[in-house]
Write a protein that binds this ligand. Structure first.
Ligand code: UDP
Length: 239
């Protein structure tokens, strides 16, 4: 049984898909509700939960740079603000399930949420509140995967779960390659040596150094979060 876990939810997991194509259309209410219900199922088991939310459905730093020649810092700050918008939506969805939730932002914005303070975040979880970390690390040139590995380390989590669009880690992208092989169990060294595109190496290294196993599972799986926590279902584990 896990005492405290961190779940990373990418911005794309929250996105609506345009019925005519695969264009992202902001935040999908049904996905928000589904994710909030999955979180409640684990919360009800008495597991302490913290969350990191991404912003890719709204804005990614590289987008502004590549398309508009914007400087990286401005562009990344916009990306981090996007994660706060997602965080506010997710906080509301979680509280609608009667689960107390506190949004903490790495970029101080006191009228919107609390500023990130490590001891305060831990206290919230001890008191039975889900803590939602938004604003990334607050620093440009990083990703929300790295944020998740960092916060999981700071919070002393037993497990770092990454919810993705596929059911775990494969040898190649399973969406584009039919012969992609599923990898249920891996070591950190294997992920780095095989250059598997699970998340950026900064995130992998942080989790590795702090001995936090990483579980990768599908956000679309019903009750997927709870299944990973009980060791069931389809997921990959790096340890
Ligand atoms: N970002 C950043 N520093 C951080 C975390 C995020 O600058 O510590 C910016 C970066 O521009 C990134 C954007 O925020 O593209 C959104 O985060 P990310 O792409 O990781 O979101 P996800 O892919 O999980 O939706």
């Amino acid at each position: 049984m896990y005492k405290r876990v961190l779940l990373k939810i990418s911005g794309e997991a929250l996105a609506s898909v345009d019925p005519a194509g695969d264009k992202n259309l902001g935040i999908d209410q049904k996905m928000l509700e589904k994710i909030a219900q999955d979180i409640k199922a684990v919360y009800d088991q008495g597991v302490e939960i913290c969350l990191v939310v991404g912003g890719g459905n709204i804005y990614r730093g590289v987008h502004g740079m590549a398309k508009h020649g914007m400087d990286r810092t401005t562009s990344d700050h916009m990306g981090m603000l996007a994660t706060v918008i997602n965080g506010m939506a997710l906080q509301h969805a979680i509280e609608s399930e009667d689960v107390p939730c506190r949004l903490m932002s790495s970029i101080p914005m006191p009228t919107v949420g609390e500023s990130y303070i490590r001891r305060r975040a831990i206290r919230h979880m001890e008191k039975g509140r889900v803590v939602l970390f938004a604003g990334g690390t607050g620093i440009p040139y990083f990703t929300t995967d790295t944020t998740a590995a960092l916060r999981a380390s700071e919070m002393g989590c037993d497990l770092f779960l990454k919810a993705t669009k596929v059911q775990g880690i494969y040898t190649k992208d399973p969406v584009h390659h039919k012969d992609a092989e599923f990898l249920p169990r891996l070591t950190f060294d294997e992920v780095l040596a095989k250059n598997l595109k699970v998340m950026d190496t900064a995130a992998i290294n942080l989790a590795h150094e702090n001995h936090i196993p990483i579980a990768v599972f599908s956000i679309y799986e019903d009750g997927g979060f709870a299944k990973v926590i009980s060791g069931q279902g389809h997921f990959s584990l790096i340890q």
